[in-house]
Write a protein that binds this ligand. Structure first.
Ligand code: FES
Length: 123
């Protein structure tokens, strides 16, 4: 499997988040949070509800993965908060559970990719 291109670094303003559908599943299954030159990428699936076959997305609208002060990832369904860097739930109904990390690479040309097998669930 080849790397999957997501976007350019400038397409995610510093301190914001953006969702992607890298494997053409018909919805944003991955989101990326940018903190400077550091990128944190997670599967768009809340550990509170949902199953492997039916994931519950976190955002209430396109690209809205962060709370108002952009200090945490937030799930719109029941308000769980997640640490941006570790993906661990720090407040809410899934306290201590974690998001699934997706590996991303920032290339020297400032393009962002998911490397081969960098987070896709096995079929
Ligand atoms: S589904 Fe995310 S907090 Fe309940």
């Amino acid at each position: 499997m080849d790397s999957v291109y997501l976007c350019r670094l400038d397409d995610i303003p510093d301190g914001t988040s953006r969702g992607f559908d890298p494997w053409r599943e018909g919805r944003d299954t991955v989101f990326v949070v940018r903190q400077g030159a550091v990128l944190h990428a997670w599967r768009n699936a809340c550990p509170h509800y949902g199953t492997r076959d039916r994931e519950v997305p976190l955002a209430w609208r396109k690209d809205a993965y962060l709370d108002a002060d952009r200090s945490s990832i937030v799930c719109a369904a029941h308000g769980a908060r997640f640490d941006i860097a570790t993906g661990i739930c720090t407040l809410g109904p899934c306290l201590g559970q974690g998001l699934q990390r997706v590996e991303v690479e920032l290339a020297p040309d400032n393009n962002i990719y998911i490397p081969p097998q960098g987070g896709r669930r096995p079929i």
